[in-house]
Structure formats: C-alpha cells, structure tokens
Design a protein around this ligand. Structure first.
Ligand SMILES: [Mg+2]
Ligand SMILES: [Zn+2]
Length: 302
C-alpha cells in the first residue's frame, strides 16, 4: 500500500549518494593536501578554501582539468544506490519519484560524477555551489550571493532548508505537489532541511515575501511538514565516527535541557512532538542498507 502520490527524493551528495567527501577526495587525488591544510588553518570559509586549493594546485603543482576529471570519475558511488536511482526514476504514474540533489560541493563535481555513472539525466534539479572552468582552472563560488538569515547553523554560502523550501514552493506553483519528501543526509548542513521536513516550515528560513503569495486552498500549511516525510540520517562513517546530522537530531528530539522539574504540559507536549519527529528519522550506516530501506519505502522490487 503506502501513501499514494508523488514523492520527492532529496539527496545530500557527499557521504550520502557517494561514499566520499568529493571536495577532500579530489584534493587528495591531486596531492594538494598541504595547500588545503594551510588555507584551512588560515580560517577560509569552505567554498573559498576549495577555490583557493584548486587554483594553487594548478599554479604550484601543475594539476590540469584532466587530473580533476580523472579524480571525479574515480569517486566511489555504490552500485546499489545507482540501481536504486534508476529504479526510482523508472516509476510512472501517481507514485512517481522526482530526484533532486542539495549539496555543498559544486556543480562541476556533481555533474561529472553523476554523468560518469549515467545518472545525471535522472536528477531533476541539482542545487550546489556554482563552478566553472576558466583557463584550465576550476573556480568555485558560493550558492547564495546574499545572506540567507537562517538560524540553524547553516554555512554562509548555503542554507539547504531555504533551497528545499523554495524548490517545493516553485514546484507547487507549477502544479506539482508532493505527498511526501524523503531526505537522505549525514552532515551539519542537512540539519536545517531535516528539521523543516520533520516539524514543518512555519518558522522557515527568511525567504521574504514569496511564501505568502498564493491565496489557493491549502490554507497556511507549509509545503514541508507532511507526516509522510522521512529523514534517512546516516549514523556513522566507514571509520566508525558518528555523523553530525544524527547527533544533532537526537539532541534536538530529547531537548538539550532535560531538567527534572520540566513536567509541565508544554514540556510533555514538546517531548511527544519530539518523539513523533524522531520516529520519522530512519537510521542507516552503509549504502547497501540505505538502498534496501529506500526500495522498501518506494515499493521497488529488491
Ligand atoms: Mg554529506
Ligand atoms: Zn538553514
């Protein structure tokens, strides 16, 4: 059975769809770790650090576009997740699945890796930092050119919650309404969209006036907070280290305070809401396991 209606399957990229961090993977393959380390110690923001490292790898180490592309093509992506994407994209009719990627990597990395595995045309939208080749050097810039004013610890260059909310609003305005959103993630940047999907978008990232614009039937219901939403939160990396998203969601569900005197009605209601939200978080550790969980949720043959 399962809920009828279109599903949005939204992916983080690094350590969610691929079994690596594409940024640090490429740096390692280029032998540019020392350049990266120095920039990091100097306190550069992430996208600026990536842009700097790629520029210096070209200027000081002579690394070429071909070197970067070879590194991208060697990035590990589990074949069972590739098969899952193909199966999900092949579903037609009322229970069709639309696939999008929200990532703090960059457009060239994601397009190149997906295309290498024959998956690029299955992904409806990729939202990530813009990148382009200029004279054999890959230049990377921030996704948001203006401050996003999100308070959920999103990096300055990208608030995935804001991106997801705008994506859902845009698609709804174009007549495409989703019965649920399945979100796959592992990192700090995935906390913001995860909270929106689990608790609704009422306090959503400061998007300005667009949200209030439609007078249509749905009332003030945010496009984000459906009970069918699931957050597939990775629990640990292959080296056993815990993933930030799962830790942040656990802290949020249990309330950081936890004072023994908090037996008020509000505190009890808050704990109940936390428990309900936590029940919609699906833990996973390995890509094979994630592929199985998503196949079950989407009613795809194993
Ligand atoms: Mg990630
Ligand atoms: Zn945010």
């Amino acid at each position: 059975m399962g809920p009828a209606g279109r599903t949005l399957l939204a992916w983080d990229f690094d350590w969610s769809l691929i079994e690596e961090n594409s940024d640090t993977w490429v740096i390692g393959q280029l032998g540019a770790d020392e350049i990266y380390r120095k920039g990091r110690e100097a306190g550069m923001p992430w996208t600026q650090l990536m842009d700097h490292t790629l520029r210096e790898a070209a200027a000081l180490l002579g690394r070429t576009r071909e070197d970067v592309e070879a590194a991208l093509q060697a990035t590990p992506l589990h074949p069972e997740l590739a098969d899952l994407l193909r199966a999900a994209a092949a579903v037609e009719g009322g229970e069709a699945v639309d696939i999008v990627v929200l990532s703090d990597a960059n457009t060239v990395y994601i397009d190149t890796i997906l295309a290498h595995h024959g998956l690029r045309q299955l992904v409806a939208e990729v939202h990530t930092n813009p990148a382009e080749w200029r004279g054999g050097v890959l230049r990377v810039g921030p996704y948001h050119s203006k401050p996003h004013s999100c308070s959920r610890r999103c990096p300055a260059n990208l608030c995935k919650g804001k991106v997801l909310l705008e994506l859902l609003e845009r698609r709804r305005a174009a007549g495409r309404q989703y019965s649920r959103v399945l979100y796959v993630g592992d990192g700090r940047g995935d906390f913001c969209p995860a909270v929106l999907l689990l608790h609704g978008g009422g306090t959503a990232a400061g998007g300005g006036d667009a949200a209030a614009a439609d007078g249509g039937g749905g009332g003030s219901q945010s496009p984000c907070g459906g009970s069918g939403n699931r957050v597939y939160a990775r629990q640990e990396y292959p080296d056993g280290l815990p993933c930030s998203l799962s830790v942040m969601l656990r802290n949020e569900a249990h309330g950081d305070g936890g004072s023994p005197a908090s037996a008020s009605v509000a505190a009890v209601a808050g704990r109940q809401a936390g428990a309900e939200a936590e029940a919609r978080v699906v833990p996973w550790r390995r890509p094979q396991e994630l592929a199985q969980l998503l196949r079950r949720e989407l009613h795809l043959a194993a």
